[in-house]
Design a protein around this ligand. Structure first.
Ligand code: AVJ
Length: 328
């Protein structure tokens, strides 16, 4: 997140998290917006819709890996039952897939504590209500925090921590930032604690492109929702219909990119930021990177952040990877 809080000449709105991100991003060249801006109430709802799309294999595939291997994953994370596991999830959201893992932990040790961390409070409330109803031996503690700027202490209570960072959320970060994030996690846990990382695999380009540019146009609506959010929260004058959703595969950087392309030469104002922006026809706002990883890339990332890869699970098509690592 950018911070301009020490520059007094900027409008007040440019000093809020959303305002400063938008200000810096849209006055940069090329124009960019950070993907965390997608997730207002409507954007979070659209993302949930994306996870149900036939083209968006990520969520379904990772869930399949969990439903098939949850017991094996938890057995591998366990130190032979000497210490029970305590579960912590980064970016938990509604923690829908997490239940499969929590059930496996409950089968092994009975009572389970689950610390669910997310920037947004409402999905955490949903998660707590649902999980405690479905799996009575689990106690959910919701914590509203931005894990990218560092979460406070991660309680162990004499247990072995298992940190879940699933859903390929790691793919939204630049490689150096992803590494810092994992190092930060490592710094907050102890030797022998466990990390379970879910990361999308590099695969055929057409499969990737379809997943980020679906027939029904849900991903396009998700992408354009950031403009609607700017209009509402910062008094922007974006006409979302004058921008086109674009997904492209960047082979060199091993990432899918999402952009919003201006269909015409146009001017857009953002009142609260006192901005008057110009767009050339065909000019784009770069709104997201979604990195795709080989097993080797994940292994090296883990090695460089104080973890050792112990096991990895994938699906039949090898489209998604779930990696268990030990803090060393
Ligand atoms: C939530 C970051 C895993 O990159 O696939 C879905 C977000 N963007 N469709 C992803 C997203 C477009 C998603 N992650």
């Amino acid at each position: 997140m950018h911070s301009l809080s020490s520059i007094p000449a900027l409008p007040e709105a440019a000093q809020t998290p959303v305002g400063s991100e938008v200000y810096v991003g849209l006055t940069s060249r090329p124009k960019t917006l950070s993907p965390w801006l997608f997730y207002d109430v409507e954007g979070s709802r659209l993302f949930e819709d994306i996870t149900d799309l036939p083209e968006y294999y990520l969520t379904r595939t990772e869930r399949g890996i969990f439903s098939r291997h949850a017991d094996e994953i938890i057995a591998a994370a366990d130190d032979g039952g000497a210490r029970p596991l305590t579960m912590i999830e980064f970016g938990a959201g509604t923690a829908a897939k997490t239940s499969l893992l929590l059930e496996a932990v409950a089968r092994r040790q009975g009572k389970v504590d689950f610390l669910a961390i997310d920037v947004s409070e409402s999905p955490l409330t949903v998660a707590k209500e649902r999980i405690e109803r479905e799996i009575p031996s689990v106690t959910v503690t919701p914590r509203v925090a931005d894990y990218t700027t560092g979460v406070a202490d991660l309680p162990a209570n004499g247990k072995r921590r298992m940190v879940l960072y699933i859903g390929s959320s790691i793919g939204n970060f630049e490689p150096a930032h992803a590494l810092n994030l994992l190092r930060d996690v490592r710094g907050r846990i102890s030797l022998g604690d466990q990390l379970l990382l879910g990361a999308d695999r590099v695969k055929e380009r057409s499969v990737l492109l379809r997943a980020y540019d679906d027939e029904a146009g849900v991903t396009a609506a998700f992408n354009k929702n950031v403009l609607v959010r700017i209009n509402r929260e910062l008094g922007g004058t974006f006409n979302p219909r004058l921008f086109k959703h674009r997904a492209r595969w960047n082979h060199e950087h091993s990432r899918i990119e999402m952009h919003l392309e201006s269909l015409i030469a146009q001017q857009v104002k953002i009142d609260a930021l006192e901005l008057d922006l110009r767009f050339a026809r065909g000019e784009t706002i770069h709104t997201e990177n979604s990195y795709k990883f080989t097993r080797k890339a994940v292994e090296s990332m883990l090695e460089h952040s104080g973890f050792a890869l112990s096991r990895c699970w994938t699906d039949d098509r090898e489209w998604f990877g779930v990696y268990l690592a030990t803090a060393v």
